[in-house]
Design a protein around this ligand. Structure first.
Ligand SMILES: Cc1ncc(COP(=O)(O)O)c(C=O)c1O
Length: 398
């Protein structure tokens, strides 16, 4: 890749490898054909490994079923909540960013929601979580890696609290699964959700959900007891689980996207999850130190069990270019054929975010940091882009 090529550094969608991209280009087949079933099976095998063996040692941490969904991760979040609880059930939703809020909003439509909310970017107070989750709680939702703020939430500790009250634990692993440690059994996770277009480095429009046997039993029992009443039709988890046994989906599958996902998870298998996690951690450090060498501050500076993400980096913009003044900075980045993200909702104009998901190379990371530095210089911020590049190279040893 040359320095003039387009560089996509948004926290999803992420760049695709050549083989993932070309996998979408084959002859169309029926979603009821043996060819399609073989594709779905490859995707499921890869996902099973990624969901359960995203550990530094490669050890496996749980059992269940991987489902692939024709829709982005929000579909998976909604499928989990809507199949596992009903209107009289209590859901405790943990919110410290945009996607935690989305989970709470989804749950509002299906159950009684109690929010444990802190300012976006702040750490959860585990005492407050402990107080909120009781024996009356049916289900707890949390986002593992909060993409809107670049933070990693303490899923393990929250899982312990959830398990003490025998509630179901549904975790959004959309920007962590495939790039960071994820432990199903040890963290007491019942359902985990991820998205193709994030750390799996597949295209957008397809997501995956891992359903443990305990959660599957709840979904099946609820479905049978109500004869399907109150259970969503397109996102009927029990139906998806039944069809998945023969590597099929209830409805027409997005065949090209399934093919791309099958290749993407096989590429992850080749790299190996332990290597992949270590690489993402190194690269996150390179981004963080590169931006620090430009004189930028991380967003936010957390205290407590929530820590900085390994799969994306969020930084505060210098005071002098916040708000409307940030437009010139983002334009200057875009002029260099690099795409990064700003803050979402009320954080717009305050921060920027870059992805570290998928298969970035050291040169691409160095280019990302240099580009941010040059754009800052363009808008009058005093910094040395080459100092940023040197810091990246020091971490990555290139
Ligand atoms: C943590 C997290 N959860 C959920 C989603 C929802 O994804 P989508 O809007 O593509 O459905 C995203 C997307 O960025 C995300 O980052």
């Amino acid at each position: 890749m040359s320095d003039d090529d387009f560089l996509l550094l948004n926290p999803g969608p992420v760049p695709l490898s050549e083989s993932v991209r070309t996998a979408m280009d084959g002859e169309m087949v029926s979603h009821r054909s043996a060819e399609f079933e073989a594709t779905y099976e490859r995707a499921q095998d890869g996902l099973d490994e990624i969901f359960t063996a995203s550990t530094l040692s490669g050890e496996s941490t749980g059992e269940g079923t991987s489902l692939v969904l024709n829709g982005t991760a929000t579909m998976g979040m909604e499928m989990a909540v809507s199949n596992l609880v009903g209107p009289d059930d209590e859901v405790v939703a943990l919110v410290n960013g945009k996607f935690g809020r989305r989970f709470a909003r989804i749950a509002d439509r299906y159950a009684q929601v109690k929010r444990v909310e802190v300012e976006w970017g702040q750490s959860f107070d585990l005492d407050a979580v402990e107080e909120a989750v009781t024996d009356d709680t049916a289900l707890v939702t949390v986002v593992h890696n909060e993409t809107s703020t670049g933070l990693l939430n303490p899923v393990s500790a929250i899982g312990d609290i959830t398990a003490d009250h025998d509630a179901l634990f549904v975790v959004d692993g959309v920007t962590s699964v495939g790039g960071d440690v994820f432990r199903i059994d040890d963290w007491g996770v019942d359902v985990a959700i991820t998205d193709g277009q994030k750390a799996l480095a597949a295209p957008p429009g397809i997501s995956a959900i891992f359903v443990t046997d305990r959660a599957a039993a709840v979904a099946r029992e609820r479905n049978e007891a109500s004869d399907g009443e109150g259970i969503p039709f397109y996102s009927d988890m029990a139906w998806h689980l039944r069809k998945a046994e023969s590597h099929q989906t209830p409805f027409t599958s997005a065949v090209p996207l399934f093919r791309a996902l099958a290749v993407a998870v096989e590429e992850i298998h080749e790299e190996g999850m332990p290597n992949r996690i270590e690489r993402h951690r190194r690269q996150a450090k390179a981004f963080q130190e590169g931006f620090a060498a430009l004189g930028l501050d991380p967003f936010p500076e957390t205290e407590g069990p929530t820590v900085r993400s390994n799969t994306l980096t969020a930084m505060s913009l210098p005071e002098s270019i916040r708000g409307d003044d940030s437009t010139a900075f983002f334009d200057a980045v875009k002029e260099r054929n690099v795409s990064i993200s700003g803050g979402q909702a009320h954080l717009g104009g305050d921060i920027f975010r870059v992805s570290n998901m998928g298969n970035l190379t050291p040169d691409q990371i160095a280019r990302g940091v240099r580009t941010v530095g040059e754009a800052l210089v363009d808008v009058g911020v005093d910094c040395d882009p080459e100092a940023g590049v040197t810091a990246v190279r020091d971490v990555l040893g290139e």
